[in-house]
Design a protein around this ligand. Sequence first.
Ligand SMILES: NC(=O)C1=CN([C@@H]2O[C@H](COP(=O)(O)OP(=O)(O)OC[C@H]3O[C@@H](n4cnc5c(N)ncnc54)[C@H](OP(=O)(O)O)[C@@H]3O)[C@@H](O)[C@H]2O)C=CC1
Ligand SMILES: CC(=O)[C@@H](O)[C@H](O)COP(=O)(O)O
Ligand SMILES: [Mn+2]
Length: 381
Amino acid sequence: MKQVSLLGATGSIGIQTLEVIRLHPEQFSLYAMAFGRNIEKALPLIREFKPTIIVVQDEATKVKLNKEIDHQQVFCGGEGLIEASIADSVDVVVNAVMGSVGLPATLKAIQAKKIIAIANKETLVTAGHLVMEEARKHQVELLPVDSEHSAIYQSLNGEKKSDIQKLIITASGGSFRDKSREELAGVSVQDALNHPNWSMGAKITVDSASMMNKGLEVIEAHWLFDVPYEQIHVILHRESVIHSMVEYVDRNIIAQLGTPDMKVPIQYALTYPERLDLPITEHLNLEDIATLNFERMDMERFPCLRMAFEAGKAGGSMPTVLNAANEEAVQLFLEGKISFLDIEKYIEQALENHDRIHNPDLSTIISIDEETRKSVRFHLN
Ligand SMILES: NC(=O)C1=CN([C@@H]2O[C@H](COP(=O)(O)OP(=O)(O)OC[C@H]3O[C@@H](n4cnc5c(N)ncnc54)[C@H](OP(=O)(O)O)[C@@H]3O)[C@@H](O)[C@H]2O)C=CC1
Ligand SMILES: CC(=O)[C@@H](O)[C@H](O)COP(=O)(O)O
Ligand SMILES: [Mn+2]
């Protein structure tokens, strides 16, 4: 029996993780759950799964929650996320919070030698060098939940790293894949949230539409698999059936295919190295799909992808700035305060105004993250 700590339990990945846990009660039990402020969504989950530790975003939410339940161990904020990640009884930490707020808990979970199923890609983008250094030091392997990285992880199984020619990451193209740049000027939040293939949280759905999601995934892949940016390739693949591929030096390409359903990579990370039945997910039927399409990625059309490659290659503190500016700009877009095209403008400005710091430590990363967010908000006023 694996005791799971689930950070981001009320989110899209969180709810699907609970579906997997519910399916295999003999394999998994929910020991800890963390969420932000969504008490309404959390209450039935608390009543059903009866976690020993509960974490909420702030004191006010804790006070509200305590009026609804009688629970001994409710923690708050970043410290709470860490408590939930290092508790002795926890075997696996599923980090599915949204944003760089997940970073300190990931580092502490590694130091506590937990199994880590990582959905929270912002952690790896903002501080990949620190996360991977800790993972190496403590001999902890990060199990990717992100569908592309789960695909690459499976395609690398048993292979030599030195035989990799390139990683090929597939992109659906997101909500605006058929719009020209001119047409993007007037798009609404509702339009952006209409992803063609996946049902996900709001922030990642907007990232998909701007192609920043793919940019973050390139940086995530660089760190997870220790592959240089020059050997990471992105390709447009509308169907989201091939989740990503690895090409080897002998021209063999190994790909992972599956129904676009996040429960598949979530369960794989939870059961690894075993596999279990997943009856709640449809089988992939290639005869019904009939055709798979591939298109060259246009960096002019998708400047967020270009900026992510550039920030990743520049390294140091640049990916921290890229990520923080993006998180803040997407939030402003979701609040209706800026337009869709402003997102890339704000990120570009933040990157231009930043003097790169080589090999930033955790406190430097946290302060750069905060400063970048402030500067994005400042330019708005
Ligand atoms: N959704 C998907 O299919 C995929 C997601 N990912 C990655 O997984 C992560 C989660 O994505 P997704 O599930 O879509 O996001 P959601 O927005 O749906 O969920 C985010 C979760 O994090 C919680 N949360 C947010 N801030 C805090 C905080 N400060 N403290 C504690 N909890 C917090 C939210 O709580 P509350 O509900 O109370 O606000 C919610 O439970 C992201 O990094 C994303 O990029 C990767 C691949 C696919
Ligand atoms: C499901 C998942 O892993 C998402 O990150 C997904 O990849 C989004 O799709 P696109 O970014 O390819 O549109
Ligand atoms: Mn993905």
